[in-house]
Design a protein. Structure first.
Length: 89
């Protein structure tokens, strides 16, 4: 999955959608609309500037998980029905 973003100077804009490769590359991506309760999410980012991409990704994943109803994840800090827990190191 990836997020489309544009950077102009110090400003970063992210499209609030998650995309995936359907075998056509980035020219015709699929769109991930939600997460199932059994899904696990790992967010990888180089975190070299402000971290806005990382924090935006966390917010987007949580919003998609909330749209799936009961999406409590079996991760540290999460309880049944809670948003996905995300740790940043």
């Amino acid at each position: 999955l990836w997020i489309k973003k544009t950077r102009v100077g110090g400003s970063v804009e992210q499209e609030q959608k998650l995309f995936f490769d359907q075998g056509q590359g980035e020219s015709e991506p699929g769109e991930k609309a939600s997460f199932d309760p059994e899904d696990e999410v790992v967010i990888i980012d180089d975190f070299t500037n402000s971290g806005s991409t990382l924090f935006g990704a966390v917010a987007l994943v949580r919003s998609l998980a909330a749209g799936a109803g009961d999406c409590g994840a079996d991760t540290e800090g999460a309880t049944e029905g809670s948003p996905l827990a995300v740790s940043i190191f």
